[in-house]
Design a protein around this ligand. Structure first.
Ligand code: PBG
Length: 326
């Protein structure tokens, strides 16, 4: 059939028809809000490169959780901003470290009302800013596993519901799974950053966690954006090692990757719309070049349309409010 019998605009004239035929759905429960936890009390310190996002002390994190639960956001992703650092990131293995101690407070107040996903990496806790133990000028894959497994155990003992290992090195899922299972935590899921590109989009995040990566980059472990098939092996490996969902990041410049993972694997996909994506939209809006919320909704829907099951986004609160107002 063709014009004039067929007119594609018939499904667009009326807003109720438009919502009737809409086939991509975005729910508030799809949203995961990232939180930067810092030391101290009563601290709400705006992150310069991420306008509207804050480093929060534990008491302020609790206040934030009140707000999130109130509007229906059910998951948070926690990052530590630690002034205490050492050469191997061992500081994060202590139960008094910033994230474990905050998790205990959240759990005490909210129990299972909010899902706590803990980012699992050493980079906020090493004095050189790299993701693990340095050997011969490079981050050592296997030595770093010890601190990673110990940090993971501390996090789940404190009440973390999910671990999200983010250093993109080899064998993470199997070793962390083994360590969790040996210690009676076989019910705790692992959501690895299975597909994580070495990306300039992480710039504002490194500012947020006071990470000034001494000498070099993360190109020996994070993926090269010039490759189009490498992600398949990464996802396959993590699934074989027992992961429960996969995280893909950044999101916006990698929609092709999200949609191919969706086509090729039967596993929940969590897309992370990272700090640089947020900052880009935010700074364009500050210059009145775009409508911040409208553009954010368009981007988040594109990530869902590509195949994401859930989305980590710094705009979760604004998006949830927008969904509620519709
Ligand atoms: C660190 C980590 C990074 C992000 C999440 N976990 C930064 C990096 O790998 O350099 C980036 C998140 C963002 O940019 O919003 N392990």
């Amino acid at each position: 059939m063709k014009y004039p019998e067929s007119r594609l605009r018939r499904l667009r004239y009326n807003k109720n028809i438009r919502s009737l035929v809409q086939d991509v759905q975005l729910n508030i429960s799809d949203l995961i809000y990232p939180i930067f936890v810092c030391e101290g009390e009563n601290i709400k310190n705006e992150i310069e490169s991420l306008k509207g996002q804050y480093r929060l002390s534990a008491d302020k994190v609790i206040e934030k959780c009140d707000e999130l639960i109130e509007i229906g956001i059910k998951s948070i992703l926690l990052f530590g901003v630690s002034s205490k650092k050492d050469s191997n990131g061992e500081i994060a293995c202590s139960s008094t470290s910033i994230v474990p101690s905050t998790i205990k407070k959240i759990k005490k107040k909210y129990k299972d009302e909010i899902l706590i996903i803990a980012d699992l990496c050493n980079c906020s806790y090493t004095n050189h800013g790299h993701c693990g133990t340095i050997k011969d000028g490079d981050v050592d894959n296997d030595k770093t596993l010890k601190t990673l497994c110990d940090q993971g155990l501390t996090l789940v003992k404190s009440g973390a519901d999910v671990l999200a290992p983010s250093d993109m090195m080899d064998g993470r899922v199997s070793k962390i799974r083994e360590s969790l299972d040996k210690n009676g935590f076989e019910k705790i899921p692992i959501f690895p950053y299975s597909v994580k590109y070495a990306s300039s989009f992480y710039g504002p995040f490194r500012d947020a966690v006071d990470n000034n990566l001494e000498g070099g980059d993360r190109k020996t472990h994070q993926m090269d954006f010039k490759n189009s098939y490498e992600f398949i092996r990464e996802v396959e490996y993590d699934i074989n090692e027992g992961c429960d969902a996969v995280i893909i990041k950044p999101a916006l410049a990698y929609l092709d990757v999200i949609s191919k993972v969706k086509e090729n694997f039967n596993i929940p996909i969590i897309a992370y719309s990272v700090s640089g994506e947020y900052a880009m939209v935010n700074s364009a809006a500050e210059k009145n070049l775009v409508d911040e919320l409208e553009l954010t909704m368009e981007i988040i829907y594109s990530i869902k349309r590509a195949g994401a099951t859930a989305i980590v986004t710094y705009s979760a609160v604004e998006i949830a409010k927008k969904i509620l107002s519709n």
